[in-house]
Design a protein around this ligand. Structure first.
Ligand SMILES: [Zn+2]
Length: 320
């Protein structure tokens, strides 16, 4: 339990809010790059929640979700505790329409990071050293990578006590139990005893209204659960929970057209899409080998052998 916060040397007292600029480095042009953290402290002690977007610079739905939470006033007038909202962590990737920092390294594979390491490592270290020590719970907002669309879903780790409860409260359409990725934000946060849920919604470089609304409503429900807000929208559906997922991959190369997409249940033997050769001499139907829910699909029009086409959750059940 804390009253007020001190972030990067800036004091934010009880009942105050402020934008803290955390300096990371300069661009080669000389422009200084800062990470902006919106910090909201209530009058009453309570937990500190971190809302994090844009760890991957081209995953703009997450940036927009956290931006809305700031812009719509959802974080002002908290009933207790504090919120730190960072809508865009990887500024470098964002300005280059890229997932990574300019040297090609992935920030989410560079945690905990060091202040003297590669650029990705420095960005990670900024979060690990300056923000995470203040945090009790975190939500990390992502989208599918490249052209892969993720139906709104929360991912959490079995070993992360507290994350399952947050996942349940967030009430995204799908809740997926996933092993923690080495050197990810989630891994470092877990080691610091901070429960983390990862939200995935939509695809990179494209805003998806449904994913944004699902993510925004989830934030409100988590704030309500942590007694920081007195109300939140009720979930529109029951969450479907799964612990086993797998990819249906391209069994040929060519032009890909899906006929089934994310968010629906499919049966074993059902056609999901087709890959046609560009010359019109070959057609390959993509058939589901198992029954399950499509939690993600590929919007790429041209695919190679082995490309991930459909992400299927198999052992689905309702999460109540
Ligand atoms: Zn991501």
């Amino acid at each position: 339990m804390r009253e007020g916060l001190n972030i990067a040397g800036q004091e934010i007292g009880p009942g105050e809010s402020s934008i803290v600029d955390i300096s990371v480095s300069r661009l080669p042009s000389g422009t200084r790059i800062n990470i902006k953290a919106h910090v909201y402290c209530s009058e009453r002690p309570g937990p500190t929640l971190l809302l994090l977007g844009g760890v991957h610079g081209d995953e703009i739905n997450g940036i927009e979700i956290v931006r809305r939470a700031i812009d719509y006033g959802a974080l002002s007038h908290l009933q207790r505790g504090n919120v730190i909202a960072i809508s865009l962590l990887n500024v470098y990737g964002f300005i280059n329409f890229n997932r990574d920092v300019p040297d090609g390294k992935d920030v989410n594979r560079s945690f905990p990071g060091t202040a003297t390491g590669s650029l990705a490592s420095r960005v990670a270290a900024t979060l690990t050293k300056t923000i995470l020590p203040h945090v009790d719970f975190a939500i990390d907002f992502h989208t599918g990578g490249a052209s892969r669309y993720n139906y709104p879903q929360i991912r959490y780790s079995k070993t992360d006590e507290g994350a399952r409860e947050l996942a349940k409260v967030f009430a995204a359409p799908y809740v997926i139990q996933k092993t923690v990725i080495p050197k990810s934000f989630r891994k470092t946060a877990n080691e610091m005893q901070v429960p983390v849920i990862v939200y995935e919604g939509g695809e990179s470089e494209r805003l998806c209204g449904y994913s944004i609304e699902s993510g925004y409503d989830g934030i409100l429900r988590v704030l309500h659960h942590l007694q920081m807000r007195d109300s939140a929208p009720a979930p529109k559906h029951r969450s479907i929970h799964a612990t086993k997922t797998g990819w249906v991959r391209a069994s040929d190369a060519g032009l890909f057209t899906w006929t089934r997409q994310s968010g629906i249940m499919i049966n074993k033997g059902e056609p999901l899409g087709v890959i046609n050769s560009p010359q019109g001499d070959r057609t390959k139907k993509i058939i589901s080998k198992r029954s399950g829910h499509i939690i993600g699909h590929n919007n790429a029009s041209v695919v190679h052998h082995g490309d991930a086409l459909f992400h299927i959750a198999y052992d689905h059940e309702y999460l109540d």
